[in-house]
Write a protein that binds this ligand. Structure first.
Ligand code: PMT
Length: 223
């Protein structure tokens, strides 16, 4: 592991989308590429942290100098994250599906003669960020969430900040014109107990670098 301000710090990062199967060949997913989460994992590793990256299905190569665990569903991501505890810091950048398909089929669904589409029933997925935020004695010292919003960015992000119980939340605009999903740039606000910081539009690598240094400053001050 590299020397650096995060030497001796264990970090968990979630990244990418989750896929919720409808049947063996179809799924419900989302547009996350994993670029932001992977960049955060890489930035933390560069500062010397011992990083575990839990990623949903992405097209990116595994970043170097960390443990990378590949998962598909939100439930797998949660189980894997809980298995990584204790850690000092958790950053939940994954775009986790809020719902899973409760009537997923073991076999490929067939078109029936009536031409009616089959019903897809949804059930709520567990919330990984909220679960990590309430873990009692195994709670990471710092839990960082993201809020992906297409409108009323700060209002919706503040509501999530309170509801999920994390320490910081990175609010990002993911409206179609922003190009955030899959793109190389991000425009974020960092919400902490101290208030909201507006960051300029910068590359996802720079968001990651800035966040990693902030994490280092915070954890250094509170052993
Ligand atoms: O992957 P990229 O293409 O680079 O795009 C980056 C990104 C836009 C996906 C990323 O920056 C981002 O915003 N990730 C969070 C996406 C998301 O699911 O946001 P949300 O507002 O729906 O969820 C809020 C927080 O709760 C997130 O930290 C999320 O990881 C977490 N969550 C949500 C649902 C759930 N069941 N479990 C969770 O842990």
């Amino acid at each position: 592991l590299a020397a650096g301000p995060l030497k001796g710090i264990k970090a968990l990062v979630t990244s990418g989308p989750t896929y919720e199967p409808i049947d063996p060949v179809r799924f419900i997913g989302n547009r996350s590429s994993g670029k932001q989460g992977h960049a955060i994992a890489a930035a933390l590793a560069r500062l010397g942290a011992d990083v575990t990256l839990i990623t949903g299905p992405v097209k990116l190569p595994d970043p170097a100098n960390m443990r990378v665990i590949h998962v598909e569903t939100a439930r797998e991501m949660l189980g894997t994250a809980l298995g990584c505890l204790p850690v000092d810091v958790a950053v939940c950048a994954a775009a986790v599906a809020d719902w899973t398909v409760s009537n997923a089929s073991k076999e490929k669904r067939k078109k029936d003669a009536s031409g009616q589409p089959p019903p897809i029933e949804l059930a709520a997925n567990p919330d990984i960020l909220a679960t990590l935020s309430e873990k009692g004695s195994a709670r990471p010292r710092l839990v960082v969430g993201f809020a992906a919003e297409t409108e009323k960015l700060l209002e919706h992000a503040r509501a999530k900040f309170v509801r999920k119980g994390c320490d910081w939340i990175v609010a990002n605009d993911v409206s179609p014109h922003s190009g955030t999903f899959g793109g190389d740039f991000n425009t974020v606000h960092l919400l902490t107990q101290g208030g909201a910081e507006e960051w300029p539009r910068i590359s996802k690598t720079d968001v990651a670098e800035r966040l990693a240094w902030k994490i280092a400053d915070t954890l250094k001050g509170h052993p």
